[in-house]
Each structure stands twice: as structure tokens, then as C-alpha cells.
Ligand binder design. Structure first.
Ligand code: ADP
Length: 659
């Protein structure tokens, strides 16, 4: 090769070299060891010019002290000197944003140039790495965002290298497992240690199975934390394969679903509880003897309890979806319709009764209690079979009616009897008087002429006529007491007793009777009858005594509906077997020699007590005195019927006392 050609080659090489470096946007330059420019590409020359306004050329000192600021100069001086000492290095220079110029980064590399083992210059290279920096920044930001998103969603990520089963977790995965990076073995077996023992085999199998699968995989399982707490997580992963379809990596996410699981558990528990309650309710419904049913707004059975089979003769499934109205007995449909309308406006009329036609065609009486629920537009009803009660009511009404008819008849026949007794006793007096007068005439006229036997017979006849007269008078008195309660007013019984004692004064004095009377109440009654009642009982109490002077106690007690009086004596007493007999007219226990009387007194007392809505009875035993009780009702109505009270003021007090 000739020298000329070498020279030419060098020139050509240099031209090539210059063309090459000048084609670059990056700045390339070299600096001598006294920090002067040796060579530079166009990008450098233009860059310096843009920065300083000066076009630098080889030999120029690059540390232009009059142009650059001190810290800038220091940076370059340092870097050049460092390179001159033999260091090859790179430096990043950051220029913050200034007015219109955005922030920027450049990377400068410094490399010493050797000749004969000595550093003779520095080769420098500067390129703009702003874009790269921005991308890095962006990546950092997006990674931060991803981490944040993972934290918010409680979703961590992981990656398993399938060649060695090493595992990498994201920060959020560590957070979910509540461990620090140092506490995790970073391997698949290490991960399995956290999995709940009951779930471990299943999780491992799912992972192993997924190696063969081309699809995405997922599994929910529990993990046990170091604290002992249990969390639920959902893992989703995908197997990454190489070109030969061999699995190389598994990438996945791990989401903390503990809250969701707990909520699901709670929902399940409340659903179970609800189901149990519903079951209980159904059982209660079906064990009810009454029919419990739900009917919709249009009147269709929605639900019916089992009792319907007994009550209506239909099974629940035969009724559900049917119109309730179709089962109502036609005659009762109108009133049923009205009642249903009332229920639906909130008038939960209890005890509405109607009739239904059972499956076998018989009628069943139903008593309803129903409620309308405006929100779910349903009628809730309880239907009770009251057929027997209704029949009993009908029978009772009929019974009442027949009793009423009978008592009217009885009243009529009683009145007739009374009239008869009155007429008989009244009309008998006249002939009796005649018999008595003629007997007396006979006695007078034939005095001394008749033999003893005739005289005895006449005496018997006179005696009999006298007794008959007394009996007739008694009968008359008895028949005069009307069978109806008449002239009932408020009577002060203390006054009645006083009058009685005045009437009986001579008998009382004669027998030296002691009579103790407590304060007596005001009652509703007929004064003369009550006088007679007390008089008969007190005079009996005095009369039926033996040697003891009579001691009589008159007391009373009160219940809600009546007053009860007691006349107690210390007389001869009565054998229990005669308790009823003594109240029958003309029934006596003694002959008139021992105790005078006709046996009418207690019969009159009985009649008077009954006319005052009460009754009379005796408690006694022979030789131990007697207690005669009688009652007077506080709620007396006229015997002929009618709801009004005979003594309204007293009746009102009595009603107020009722519970
Ligand atoms: P009478 O006194 O005219 O016989 P009552 O009707 O008053 O008629 O009495 C019926 C019978 O009841 C009496 O004959 C008497 O045997 C009995 N009796 C009535 N009161 C008493 C009494 N306080 N103690 C014992 N016996 C009595």
C-alpha cells in the first residue's frame, strides 16, 4: 500500500467517521487533558451554540467561566478530571423545567482515551434520556397505582416459576397473608403452609391439575394467619407456556374475600333462621285445629293450613288457587262479600260467621277472625268450625222459647189457681159461717138436753168449723199474694224490722225473747210482703222453742247480685229430712197441741222470697236451733219479662260491682 493511498484511506475514514457521528442526534466530543475541545460532532457544536450562543471549535476551552455558572463548571471539571484519572463512567444530569422548557434528563458517559498507556484525552457522549426517564416515571407511577388498586381491592398478585416452584408475591399479597417478606419461604410449598389444613390438599390438587389445563383457574380456600386468625381468599391464575406449550410460569391473583364470606355466612345463617322460623310457623299452622289461611286481593286461596281437610273436607292443594267465595254457602255470599270488603278497609270485624259447603255437600259454620295487610295485599284469616256451637245455640234458643212458653202457661195456670183459691176461700166463708152459727144455735138451744155423746159431737163440729175457718183465712191470705212482683220500691229493711218488732211486741215480751239485729240494707221490694216475711220467720223463731228463752240473731251478707239474710234462733231445730217439706203449704211437723199453727207461714215466706228474685232455705239440726236464710235479688225485673229494672238505682250499683 503506497503512502498516498494510506493518506487517502485515512481521509476517507475520517470523512466516514465524521459523517457517522454527525448523523447522530446524541452529542459526541472529545476533550484534551487540558480540557480543550479536540473534536465534536455537529450535534455537540449546535447544542453548545444553542446553550451559549457560541460556536465552539477544536482547541476551545470548554469550561467557559464567563458563561457558565459555578456549580455547572464544577460538575464538568470534576467529571473530566475523574475520567482523566482513568475512570469510565456515566452521569445523569437533570434539568428542571423552566418557563417554556420542560424538565429533561441527559446521560453523559466519560471514557479516557489512551495512547501508549497514557491518558491523552477523554471521549464524551451525551444523549437525551428524557423520554426514557418519563417512561420509567410512568412505570413507577403505574406500579404504585397497581399496588394501590390491589390494596383497595384486597387483591394481591403472585407468580410461580414452574421450573423450581419459587414464588413471588406482590406487596398486597403479603398484606393479605399478614407477613413480612422475610417470613415467607417464597415457594409453592411455603404458600401451602398458610393454607388451612382442611383445604390444603384441594388447593394443591387444583394447582397441579391446572398445569395440564388451558383455561383460567380459580379456587376459594381459607388461610391461617400467624395470629391464628382465619381468612378466606379467592385465587385466580393462569399458566404461561413456552413455544412448545410446556408450562413455565403461573401468574395469579389472590383476593381477600373474608368480608364477603362472613357476610355470606351471616346471610346463610339468617336465611337458615328464617327457614327454621318458616318451618316452625308451618308446623304451628298445620297443628292448629282452626284453619289458618292467606287469601289474595282477588279472593284466591294462597296458603291453607292442614286443618282445612277436617273443616272443609278439602286438602290444602285442592283449595290453593281456588276462589274462596265459591265454597261459601250461596245464601251467605252477600254478607260474606260485605265482610270481606270491611276487612279490606281495615275493619277487622272479629267473630264474623258464615257457612261453607264441605266436599261431601254438608254445611259447616265458620267463625272468622281476619286481618288485611295493605302492604302485601293479602287477607290473613283464622277460620274456626263452630258448627256444634251453632247447633247448640239453635237448640238453646229453641229450649229458651219452649221454657218461655211453658212459664207463660205456668203463670196463667198459677193465676187461675190463685183466682180459684181466692174464690174458693172467699166463697167458702159464707157457708162455713152458716155452719158455725147453726152449730152454736144448736148448742144454745139444746143445752142440757143432749147426752154427752151428742154434746161431744157438736163440740167436734164447732172445733172443726173453727179450724176450717182458720185454714180458709190462711188460704185467702196465701192467694192474695200475687204471683207477680208488684209495687216494688226501695225499702229500708231496718225500718221494716222495727215495725215487725212492734207488731210482735207482746209475744216477744211474753217469751222474754232477745232479738239482735244488725244494721240492714235498703232493698228493692214490696214493703208489706217483706214485713210479713220477717214477721213469719221471727215469730216461728220465738214459737218453736222449748225451755230456753229465745235468742234471735238477724244478720245479712251481700254478694254481687243479691242480699242474703239470716234469722238464727236457739230453738228446737229441724231434722234435715224435713228441710224441704216445711216450705210446702199446710205442711207441719207438730200437732197443734204442742205448737199452734196451720203450716202456711213458711209457704208464704217462700213465695215472697221468690217474688223478690230470691230463694229461702234452712240449715238446722234437731235440738240445735235453726238458721233460716233467704235472699233478695239486686237485679229484679218484672216477672212478666222485660229488661227494665224494678229499682234502677240499686240495680246500677249492683252492676257496677260486677267484675
Ligand atoms: P206453722 O208455724 O203454722 O206450723 P210454718 O209454715 O210457719 O207453719 O212452719 C212449718 C213448720 O216448720 C212448722 O210446723 C215447724 O215444725 C217448722 N218450723 C218453722 N219454723 C221453725 C223454727 N224456727 N224452728 C223449728 N221448726 C220450725
Amino acid at each position: 500500500m503506497s503512502g498516498n493511498t494510506l493518506q487517502d484511506n485515512r481521509v476517507a475514514l475520517k470523512a466516514n467517521y465524521e459523517a457517522l457521528i454527525n448523523s447522530l442526534d446524541d452529542l459526541i466530543w472529545s476533550v484534551s487533558n487540558d480540557l480543550r475541545l479536540i473534536t465534536a460532532n455537529t450535534a455537540f457544536i449546535e447544542g453548545i451554540k444553542a446553550l451559549t450562543g457560541i460556536t465552539v471549535k477544536p482547541g476551545d476551552n470548554l469550561l467557559m467561566r464567563d458563561i457558565f455558572q459555578e456549580d455547572y463548571l464544577l460538575f464538568w471539571e470534576d467529571a473530566y478530571h475523574k475520567a482523566l484519572k482513568g475512570d469510565s463512567f456515566k452521569k445523569e444530569i437533570y434539568t428542571p423545567a423552566k418557563s417554556v422548557r420542560p424538565k429533561s434528563w441527559v446521560e453523559t458517559s466519560f471514557n479516557p482515551i489512551y495512547e501508549d498507556g497514557k491518558i491523552i484525552a477523554i471521549a464524551c457522549y451525551l444523549r437525551d434520556i428524557t423520554e426514557k426517564k418519563f417512561k420509567e416515571e410512568l412505570l413507577i407511577k403505574s406500579e404504585a397505582r397497581l399496588a394501590e388498586a390491589q390494596a383497595v381491592a384486597k387483591v394481591g398478585s403472585w407468580e410461580t416459576d414452574l421450573s423450581n416452584y419459587n414464588v413471588i408475591w406482590s406487596a398486597e399479597t403479603y398484606r393479605i397473608f399478614e407477613v413480612d417478606p422475610g417470613q415467607f419461604k417464597s415457594s409453592h410449598p411455603g404458600f401451602l403452609e398458610f393454607v388451612h389444613p382442611d383445604d390444603r390438599a384441594q388447593v394443591d390438587k387444583a394447582f397441579k391439575d391446572s398445569l395440564e389445563s388451558a383455561f383460567d383457574n380459580s379456587i376459594e380456600h381459607r388461610i391461617i394467619l400467624q395470629s391464628g386468625n382465619i381468612k378466606s381468599v379467592e385465587e385466580r391464575w393462569r399458566i404461561i407456556r413456552d413455544d412448545q406449550k410446556n408450562p413455565v410460569r403461573a401468574i395469579g391473583t389472590c383476593q381477600d374475600i373474608t368480608e364477603r364470606k362472613n357476610a355470606e355466612e351471616k346471610i346463610k345463617m339468617s336465611a337458615d333462621a328464617l327457614l327454621n322460623t318458616l318451618n316452625d310457623l308451618n308446623k304451628i299452622m298445620d297443628s292448629s285445629l282452626d284453619v289458618i289461611c292467606v287469601v289474595d286481593v282477588n279472593g284466591y286461596f294462597k296458603k291453607v293450613s292442614a286443618a282445612c281437610e277436617v273443616v272443609f273436607g278439602y286438602k290444602a292443594e285442592e283449595l290453593i288457587g281456588k276462589l274462596i267465595f265459591d265454597f261459601v254457602y250461596p245464601e251467605d255470599r252477600d254478607k260474606t262479600m260485605h265482610s270481606a270488603e270491611r276487612v279490606m278497609i281495615g275493619d277487622n270485624t272479629p267473630n264474623f260467621t258464615n257457612r261453607y259447603v264441605r266436599k261431601d255437600g254438608s254445611l259447616v259454620h265458620i267463625e272468622w277472625s281476619a286481618r288485611w295487610d295493605a302492604e302485601d295485599k293479602m287477607r290473613y284469616g283464622i277460620a274456626r268450625d263452630v258448627t256444634y256451637r251453632k247447633l247448640a245455640e239453635t237448640q238453646l234458643t229453641e229450649l229458651h222459647e219452649s221454657i218461655r212458653r211453658q212459664s207463660v202457661k205456668l203463670l196463667e195456670s198459677n193465676e187461675e189457681l190463685e183466682r180459684f183459691a181466692y174464690v174458693a176461700s172467699h166463697d167458702l166463708q159464707e157457708p162455713l159461717r152458716m155452719v158455725t152459727s147453726f152449730l152454736q144455735l144448736l148448742q144454745k138451744k139444746y143445752d142440757g138436753q143432749l147426752d154427752d155423746t151428742a154434746q161431744k159431737y157438736i163440740n167436734f163440729a164447732v172445733d172443726g168449723a173453727d179450724r176450717m175457718k182458720i185454714l180458709i183465712l190462711d188460704l185467702l191470705e196465701f192467694s192474695r199474694i200475687s204471683s207477680l212482683a208488684v209495687n216494688h220500691t226501695v225499702i229500708d229493711l231496718t225500718g221494716v224490722i222495727k215495725k215487725t218488732l212492734v207488731t210482735l211486741k207482746s209475744v216477744i215480751d211474753e217469751s222474754q225473747a232477745k232479738i239482735n239485729v244488725s244494721f240492714l240494707p235498703k232493698v228493692c221490694g214490696n214493703e208489706s210482703q217483706l214485713l210479713q216475711l220477717f214477721q213469719n220467720l221471727i215469730s216461728n223463731a220465738i214459737k218453736y222453742r222449748d225451755d230456753l228463752a229465745p235468742e234471735i240473731e238477724i244478720t245479712y251478707s251481700e254478694t254481687q247480685g243479691e242480699w242474703q239474710f239470716c234469722i238464727q234462733d236457739n230453738g228446737i231445730g229441724i231434722d234435715a229430712k224435713y228441710y224441704d217439706k216445711i216450705f210446702i203449704i199446710f205442711q207441719r211437723l207438730h200437732n197443734k197441741k204442742d205448737y199452734t199453727g196451720t203450716g202456711i207461714g213458711l209457704a208464704i215466706c217462700k213465695k215472697i222470697a221468690e217474688l223478690h228474685g230470691g230463694r229461702i232455705w234452712v240449715e238446722s239440726s234437731k235440738g240445735n236451733g235453726s238458721k233460716f236464710y233467704f235472699t233478695i235479688s239486686k237485679l229484679q225485673t218484672p216477672a212478666a219479662g222485660g229488661a227494665e229494672m224494678l229499682c234502677p238505682a240499686l240495680a246500677e250499683n249492683a252492676i257496677n260491682q260486677l267484675p
